[in-house]
Design a protein around this ligand. Structure first.
Ligand code: EPU
Length: 341
C-alpha cells in the first residue's frame, strides 16, 4: 500500500481540472483496502474512491482520503455452454478489457469499445453506448465495505442497474469499493446492430440480412464513430456526456414536437420517451460556446470540454447556464451525468 500526500489530481481526472488530494492511497488489492480500514488515522477519515477519473468534475481540493483503485488482472474464469465469464481487476482500463476479449476471440463487449475509465467504475454508472449497457453483459462484482472490511459478491439484480445508475451511485456511494468485475459474454454471440450509426455502417459496407459483420468489425466501427464524434480526453479534457438524456411523458414529448418538429426522441418500453440532450443543447445555440476556458464541444453539444486551463468552477458555471437555457426553452431540467465534487 503506497500513501502520498499533497498530490495534484490534474493527471488523474480526464477533464484535466486542477485540484489537490491531501492524502492519496494506491489500492492494489483487497488486502490494501483492509489495511486502510485498520489504520488508526486513515480508517476513521472520510474517503473518496477514484477510478479513471473520467466521470468527475473537481471544483475544489479533496479533503477526504483518496483511494486510487489499481487492482490489476484479466482472465477467463469460466467457460459455460451459455456464456464465457471474464474477470477484470477494478483498476484495469475498460477499453483494454474490451480490446483483450476481442483479441482472445471472445466477442460480446465490442459495442462498449473506447469508453474512458476503469473496469471498476463501469458498473457504478452502468456505462453504455451503441445499443448496449454494462448491465447487459454483467455477471457479478466483488466489493469491500469501507467500514467493516468485509468483501461481498453482488449479482446484477443486487446492483440495481438503471440508465447511467446503480446502487454504487445511490445507497452504496462512497461506502463500498469495487475490486473485481465479472462479465458475461453470451454464447452463441449475436451482433448488436440496432443503433442508427451502426446500421448505416452495415449498409455502407454491404452487409445485408444473412451476412453479418464480426465482432472485430463492430469494435473497429465503434472506435471510428467515437473518434469522429467525441473528443479524446488525452488531447482535450472532458468527461464524456455531461448530461443524461432526459426521459419525458408522451404528452411532454408531443408538446415539444408541436413547437420543435425536429426534436430527436426515442420511444421507451414503458411508454415514455428519451430525448437527445445533445440536440436540446444544440438547439439552444450552445455548440462551440465557452465560459472562460470551459466550452461546449463543436461536434457534440452534450460534451463539455476543457479548452486549456479551465477550473471546475468554470465548468459548473457553463453547465448551469446550459441547464437554465434548456429549461427556459423546453421546460426540461437536464441532470448532470458526472459526479460534481
Ligand atoms: N445531436 C444533435 N446535436 C448535438 C449532439 C447530438 O443534434 O450536438 C443529436 C444527434 O444528431 C443524434 C442524437 O442527438 O440524433 C443523439 O446523439 P448521439 O448518437 O451522439 O448520442 P447521445 O444520446 O448524445 C448517448 C450516450 C453516449 C453514447 C452514445 C452512443 C448519454 C448521456 N450519452 O449519447 O455516452 O456514447 O449515446 O450510444 O446517454 C457518455 O455517457 O459519456 C457517453 C458518451
Amino acid at each position: 500500500m503506497r500513501i502520498e500526500h499533497d498530490v495534484p489530481l490534474r493527471d488523474f481526472n480526464t477533464f484535466g481540472l486542477p485540484a489537490m488530494a491531501a492524502t492519496l492511497v494506491h489500492i492494489g488489492s483487497e488486502a490494501d483496502v483492509r489495511r486502510v480500514i485498520d489504520d488508526a488515522v486513515l480508517g476513521r477519515a472520510p474517503k473518496f474512491i477514484l477510478g479513471g477519473g473520467s466521470n468527475i468534475v473537481l471544483t475544489r481540493d479533496l479533503p477526504q482520503v483518496v483511494l486510487k483503485v489499481e487492482v490489476r488482472g484479466l482472465r477467463v474464469v469460466e467457460m459455460r455452454d451459455d456464456a464465457v465469464i471474464v474477470e477484470a481487476g477494478a483498476g484495469e482500463r475498460w477499453h483494454d478489457v474490451v480490446a483483450w476479449t476481442i483479441e482472445q476471440g471472445l466477442p460480446g463487449l465490442e459495442n462498449l469499445a473506447l469508453i474512458p475509465g476503469t473496469a471498476g467504475a463501469a458498473p457504478v454508472q452502468n456505462i453504455g453506448a451503441y445499443g448496449m449497457e454494462l448491465a447487459d453483459r454483467f455477471e457479478s462484482l466483488d466489493a469491500v465495505d469501507l467500514v467493516t472490511g468485509r468483501t461481498v459478491t453482488l449479482d446484477a439484480p443486487r446492483c440495481r442497474f438503471g440508465y447511467r445508475d446503480s446502487l454504487f451511485k445511490q445507497a452504496l456511494a462512497g461506502k463500498s469499493l469495487i475490486t473485481r468485475v465479472r462479465l458475461r459474454l453470451p454464447r452463441p454471440w449475436r451482433p448488436v446492430l440496432g443503433y442508427l450509426d451502426l446500421q448505416r455502417r452495415c449498409e455502407e459496407a454491404g452487409f445485408i440480412e444473412g451476412r453479418l459483420p464480426g465482432a472485430r468489425q463492430i469494435f473497429d466501427w465503434v472506435c471510428e464513430i467515437r473518434r469522429a464524434k467525441l473528443p479524446d480526453p488525452a488531447v482535450i479534457g472532458n468527461a464524456g456526456s455531461f448530461f443524461k438524456n432526459p426521459v419525458v411523458t408522451p404528452e411532454q414529448c408531443r408538446d415539444i414536437i408541436a413547437r420543435d418538429p425536429h426534436l430527436v426522441h426515442y420511444p421507451m418500453d414503458d411508454g415514455h420517451f428519451k430525448l437527445a440532450a445533445g440536440w436540446l443543447i444544440d438547439a439552444c445555440g450552445w455548440k462551440g460556446k465557452s465560459v472562460g476556458a470551459a466550452g461546449v464541444y463543436e461536434k457534440q453539444a452534450l460534451v463539455l470540454v476543457n479548452r486549456g486551463g479551465a477550473s471546475g468552477g468554470e465548468v459548473v458555471t457553463l453547465a448551469r447556464a446550459i441547464q437554465e437555457s434548456v429549461y427556459g426553452r423546453f421546460g426540461i431540467r437536464l441532470e448532470p451525468e458526472p459526479v460534481i465534487l
